[in-house]
Ligand binder design. Structure first.
Ligand code: PDD
Length: 287
């Protein structure tokens, strides 16, 4: 079956899809993106994802390439053409094509819009067994709240993790605190059963999965504190887990080779994962 990509107004064969060599996303990482999960043919948390795209665009003063409604239509049309049932939709907006200059183009350019889809049914099904993470220094810029395609520090951290046999990197700031994962938000459960995840500020991306999980925690009457936590605290935690559109809620059973708690998937992470999966399938959580 042919797989389509959407590139600047056209649905094209994925293998042939291409952008201009002077696209500012390609040359300068001058662009933003979103990744939205799809379960049972439905987008998970579409509205907050598109709201975050809107925020990222505004922060970088990039215009919307199409209207919000049109983007919704394009997403669905691409899903339909690719028969996407379970997986991900990737969308990227860059400032557009212009003669290379660091400053914004002085004449108006049309922002470039690219969408792809990916089938990931198996990843979702398998991630419940728990993963290992490896700590890495957080060497990113000061605006991690913007979801830009400038991901080189994240790429290097993830690669270091993978080379050590870990699934994710946990980024650690100059104070010894875990900010977030290379492409996930980081959570721990303390010995007292309190959930802890870093507060959203310019140091992390405000994850949409994280946001949903906050409301699930509320419904389950779990105590959640948003504050920095150190790597040392994480290593002594009862449980740990990560959240993202790609990993949902995935238990962390090892940090830098040391077992978290008893080294097995904890009850809190397992329950939260179940509730999130339920929400992704039905649009409702907590029964
Ligand atoms: N990453 N933190 C970072 C740095 C991320 O890149 C992501 C998402 C998250 C979690 O956000 P959300 O829950 O909205 O997916 C946190 C996407 C999935 C990616 O880059 O593939």
């Amino acid at each position: 079956m042919a797989r389509y990509a959407y590139v600047n107004g056209r649905y094209v064969d994925h293998r042939e899809a291409s952008v201009h060599i002077e696209d500012r996303g390609y040359q300068l990482a001058d662009g933003v993106y979103e990744v939205v999960g799809v379960r049972g043919g439905k987008l998970i948390d579409e509205v907050p994802h598109i709201d975050r795209l809107d925020r990222s665009l505004r922060e970088l003063r990039i215009d919307w390439p199409v209207s919000r409604n049109t983007l919704g239509f394009i997403i669905r049309e691409l899903m339909r053409r690719n028969r996407l049932h379970d997986g991900l939709v990737y969308m990227q907006v860059t400032r557009g094509v212009a003669r290379r200059d660091h400053a914004f183009p002085t004449t108006p350019v049309k922002p470039a819009l690219v969408l792809t889809t990916k089938n990931t049914k198996h990843i979702v099904a398998d991630a419940g067994a728990g993963v290992a993470v490896k700590s890495q220094p957080d060497i990113r810029w000061g605006r991690c709240d913007i979801k830009t395609v400038a991901l080189l520090p994240n790429v290097l951290a993830k690669q270091a993790a993978r080379e050590s046999g870990a699934y994710e990197a946990w980024l650690v700031d100059s104070k010894g605190c875990v900010t977030e994962g290379a492409s996930t938000n980081a959570w721990i459960v303390t010995g007292e059963g309190e959930l802890v995840t870093r507060q959203t500020d310019s140091g992390i991306l405000a994850g949409i999965t994280r946001l949903k999980l906050k409301s699930i925690c509320d419904s389950l009457q779990l105590k959640l504190v948003e504050r920095p936590f150190t790597l040392a605290e994480a290593k002594k935690a009862k449980e740990a887990f990560i959240t993202s559109a790609t990993s949902f809620v995935t238990p962390v059973v090892k940090i830098d080779g040391d077992a978290v708690g008893d080294g097995k998937v904890g009850n809190t992470a397992r329950r939260l994962r179940e509730e999130y999966v339920r929400f992704s399938e039905t649009g409702e959580a907590v029964t």
